[in-house]
Design a protein around this ligand. Structure first.
Ligand code: MN
Ligand code: MN
Length: 310
């Protein structure tokens, strides 16, 4: 067992999960607590771009924790999204910006959840509250994560706090043109050209257990939605393959065009009627055309949850 407290984000880690883990572990260590940053899965192309930009190493891979392992969850609070073995681990803290998802713990814990656009914004606040000065590289990680989660402030989840702290972090990090850096990062992160179809359909995937079955929601950001359209038939097949393998009863993929600010929601499996209840009438080919939808957390998960609850 790891003697130090593990700090980790969710499975299928995004840039926020990785940057929160690295920076929060740094803060804990500065405060004299023994913590180590971990990750619950593969580093994405976008995150690798960020790590390279600030010459940082990826956190240690931990897919399963042993009973009694002390663990801090960042950027998630649902068991289905967490490392395996969590039920027998000791959660000492939860730092997050998502809805609460029904986790229960054996002992009291420190919990900090705020409705911000990015968990890294909250990590920045915690650094300041605790009097920890972040070195430029960590500031760069947090700025990158905020740019990623908010799609450089375009997502409706973005708050004034996200924007303000992000730009201050960019300055600390010595980033001369924050917008150019952020768009470059998002472009590098787009899995649409660099990943396999199956990887795209699992990109940043979240799982939800509803009485009608397991629903997975993945998301891929693209800079050119028209070009991405050519891949739709193949992506739909890959989603169907996930259903056939019983990975999900309903497999969703948000193809989000950041520039045009529109999501095309592709899906396979059952519960089409529930999806129409959540998102309105589907297009003739079955997919959902969703202008102004960029955020899974704010614009997809709430109507989805409502519809599945009936
Ligand atoms: Mn995340
Ligand atoms: Mn996040």
């Amino acid at each position: 067992m790891e003697n130090r407290t593990i700090v980790t984000g969710h499975k299928n880690p995004d840039t926020d999960s990785i940057c929160c883990a690295l920076t929060y572990a740094y803060i804990k260590n500065q405060l004299g607590e023994n913590a180590v940053a971990c990750r619950a899965g593969k580093v994405s192309a976008e995150t690798q771009y960020v790590l390279d930009a600030f010459k940082m190493e990826a956190p240690k891979l931990v897919e399963k924790v042993e009973a009694g392992q002390k663990i801090i969850l960042v950027d998630h609070n649902e068991a289905a999204q967490a490392v395996d073995g969590l039920e027998a681990a000791t959660i000492t803290e939860i730092i997050d910006h998502h809805r609460l998802g029904g986790l229960s713990t054996a002992a009291p814990l420190y919990m900090r959840v705020e409705p911000l656009g990015c968990c890294s914004t909250l990590i920045c606040k915690l650094a300041r509250e605790n009097g920890v000065t972040l070195p430029p590289a960590y500031a760069g990680l947090l700025f990158s994560a905020i740019s990623s989660d908010t799609l450089y402030f375009k997502s409706p989840t973005t708050t004034e706090t996200d924007r303000k702290l992000a730009l201050e972090l960019a300055e600390t990090a010595g980033i001369k043109d924050p917008k150019a850096y952020a768009l470059d990062m998002l472009q590098h992160g787009s899995a649409i050209n660099s990943s396999t179809l199956d990887e795209i359909c699992h990109g940043d995937m979240k799982e939800f257990d509803f009485p009608q079955g397991k629903v997975t929601v993945a998301q891929v950001n693209v800079m050119d939605g028209e070009k991405a359209r050519e891949k739709w038939p193949a992506l739909k097949k890959a989603l169907q393959a996930m259903v056939d393998r019983k990975e999900a009863d309903t497999a969703l993929l948000m193809v989000t065009d950041i520039m045009a600010e529109v999501t095309e929601l592709l899906w396979a499996g059952k519960n089409g009627d529930v999806l129409e209840k959540a998102f309105g009438k589907a297009e003739a080919d079955g997919h959902f055309h969703m202008p102004k939808v960029l955020s899974r957390k704010k614009q997809i998960v709430p109507p989805l949850t409502d519809a599945f609850k009936g």
